[in-house]
Design a protein around this ligand. Sequence first.
Ligand SMILES: NC(=O)c1ccc[n+]([C@@H]2O[C@H](COP(=O)([O-])OP(=O)(O)OC[C@H]3O[C@@H](n4cnc5c(N)ncnc54)[C@H](OP(=O)(O)O)[C@@H]3O)[C@@H](O)[C@H]2O)c1
Length: 250
Amino acid sequence: MASTNPDRRLFLSMGASAAATLGIALVPAAAAEQTAGGTPLKIGIIGAGREGGALGTLLVKAGHPVMFSSRHPEALMGLVAGLGPLATAGTVAQAVDFGDVVMIVVPYTAMQQIGRDYGPALAKKAAVIDVSNPIAGRDGADFVKSVAEQGGAGLATAKMLPGARIVRGFNAISYMKLAADAHRSGEPVGVPIAGDDKDAVAIASALIRQMGFEPVLVGGLAMGKYLVPGTALGGEHTPAEIRKIAAGLG
Ligand SMILES: NC(=O)c1ccc[n+]([C@@H]2O[C@H](COP(=O)([O-])OP(=O)(O)OC[C@H]3O[C@@H](n4cnc5c(N)ncnc54)[C@H](OP(=O)(O)O)[C@@H]3O)[C@@H](O)[C@H]2O)c1
């Protein structure tokens, strides 16, 4: 792909891994081009539970090196052993350091602490994919109300991770459905996404396609409040259904 930007040419010729080895944050536009072109990106996953484990598995199958993380990484050895050499396990700090892209898949109550501990590092990532949801039954009604008062999941995540290139996605497709839905025959399952940074949206979109789904941008991060279970966009829909539902929101 032709590019007149010398930084882009440099990073594209170096590749994501080489840039990371040299301790250079990957330029988001270059990362977007690399991913769209099918070049692997290093993905760090914070929260390798049910949903994070299933999403990371799809990313490995798509050919990306993935570091799954836990506050107890030894508990992830079985998961990564079954996924082959592209999968590794580490601490949360190691996964943040590893990833050109970081996926956050934790109870939403943990986001504040993740922002405090890793906010500056996450702000340097090409994209931060936020899969986490505030859920009253798990996190408490008062907590969910306070997130809503900040504009909902999306704007609240941006407040807790200042400067990060956030894209919400995969928020309401069950971990139990991901493997069967990926690359299904016929019309693909749509994944509604919301984000303000166009390069991060391009990266997330390319990754979602490679994982076997069709991304549908429903709007900026403010629309992230609809990307939670229990809204009309929750669950599995075709891309056309998502566009139709999203047109009635906002
Ligand atoms: N389950 C689904 O089908 C589904 C679908 C879409 C979205 N989601 C959303 O995804 C998120 C995770 O759901 P889940 O069902 O995967 O939960 P889960 O199985 O309980 O996994 C949560 C993970 O978060 C990690 N975690 C918790 N607090 C953390 C902290 N302070 N710092 C770093 N990591 C922390 C835990 O890691 P360690 O304890 O190992 O450190 C654990 O692996 C939720 O917000 C949920 O709403 C879930």
